[in-house]
Design a protein around this ligand. Structure first.
Ligand SMILES: Cc1cc2nc3c(=O)[nH]c(=O)nc-3n(C[C@H](O)[C@H](O)[C@H](O)COP(=O)(O)OP(=O)(O)OC[C@H]3O[C@@H](n4cnc5c(N)ncnc54)[C@H](O)[C@@H]3O)c2cc1C
Length: 327
């Protein structure tokens, strides 16, 4: 294939790749997105969809990206049927991670976010936060992003790349949003899976979200009402690769959530979901020249917060593509 020097080739059709591709196409670039999997088969399609910085490093940057994500997703929430994003009130109980100074900017800036009163907290919790944040129906949101990319003139193809060099032979600029796939594609052994299991049940009347998640714990408790059912979570198992739901884990998730919302105990189970978060010691958002000469911007390793930070990271991708030094 001949190189198209003016084209930007985005690898990855999850939330990070689609959002980056849209930002680039709307900035006037000619964009082609190539992904190995259908959007429905990505980690992004599994995500609970809460806009909150969780399990992502470095935290200071993640908070900055998250605030930008909040702004964009809140605006999209004005058209929930079309975009999949909705504003919803909920409670985040105090966690180990939240006492981190880096999150102060998040607590200070999110509109209306405040300390929860004791009567707003579940038994056993003494501190927490109340906030109205975007909650994103991910399958619907990914379909919206695909339509928005097409409207901006971007094209899509479905096939795998075996190396970045191969991608660099097709376009002058490559944007690498391959998530966990970066482990082999780059290759980057620093990218590791953090497996998450969820249970989707029929909604017994819950209209607020609830999260009790310690940043480093392997079992979390969250209840996220979506139009297709209530998403119950969850787990965060480092280095676990299986995408098969474990029935015992599912039972324990429902039991944990039912402690806070007893009606969930008998709610009809609609679906089990397992996804692998693309975790890394730090998100890789950096540019380099590939051996064949193409300019490559990496944007992967967003752990448990890819939905939250996607728009903030996409802004940086656009800057890094614009700043490509002449060859
Ligand atoms: C259970 C669970 C709950 C979560 N909840 C939330 C939440 O509430 N809020 C939040 O912000 N985040 C959440 N996350 C995290 C979020 O899902 C991820 O951070 C995000 O989906 C990562 O997006 P991505 O586009 O980088 O990766 P992916 O969605 O995995 O997409 C990677 C893309 O790269 C493509 N690809 C990979 N390798 C190649 C290759 N060699 N050639 C071509 N294409 C390739 C794939 O086909 C795919 O299209 C959750 C994750 C899980 C598992």
């Amino acid at each position: 294939m001949r190189i198209n020097a003016s084209e930007v080739l985005v690898i990855g059709g999850g939330v990070v790749g689609l959002t980056s591709a849209i930002a680039l196409a709307e900035d006037g670039h000619r964009v082609r997105l190539v992904s190995r999997d259908r959007a429905d088969d990505t980690t992004s399609a599994v995500a609970g969809g809460l806009c909150w910085p969780y399990r992502i490093q470095p935290q200071a940057q993640a908070v900055r990206w998250s605030l930008r994500g909040f702004e964009v997703l809140a605006a999209l929430a004005e058209r929930p049927e079309e975009t999949g994003s909705r504003m919803m009130t909920g409670t985040m109980t105090e966690t180990a991670a939240s006492s981190d100074d880096a999150l102060t900017a998040w607590y200070d800036t999110v509109p209306g976010l405040r300390q929860a009163r004791p009567d707003e907290l579940p038994a056993g919790h003494t501190t927490g936060w109340r906030a109205r944040t975007p909650l994103v129906d991910m399958p619907a949101h990914l379909r919206y992003l695909e339509r928005r990319l097409a409207a901006a003139g971007g094209t899509r193809e479905r096939r795998p790349f075996t190396s970045l060099k191969e991608a660099g032979e097709e376009a002058g600029t490559v944007v690498n949003c391959s998530g966990l796939g970066a482990r082999e594609l780059v290759p980057d052994p620093q990218v590791q899976p953090v497996q998450g299991q969820l249970v989707v049940v029929a909604n017994p009347g819950i209209d607020e979200w609830f999260v009790s998640a310690d940043g480093g714990a392997s079992d979390t408790t969250y209840v996220l009402p979506q139009p297709f059912g209530v998403v119950l979570g969850g787990t965060a198992r480092e280095h676990a690769w299986s995408r098969e739901p474990d029935p015992a884990v599912a039972e324990a998730i429902v039991a944990r959530c039912a402690r806070h919302f007893p009606a969930l105990e008998s709610a009809r189970v609609l679906e089990h979901r397992v996804g692998l978060r693309p975790a890394r010691t730090a998100v890789r958002l950096a540019a380099e020249r590939l051996p064949g000469g193409a300019w490559c911007v990496h944007n992967y390793g967003h752990g448990g917060a890819g939905v939250t930070v996607a728009w903030g990271c996409a802004d940086e991708v656009v800057r890094k593509v614009r700043e490509a030094p002449a060859r």
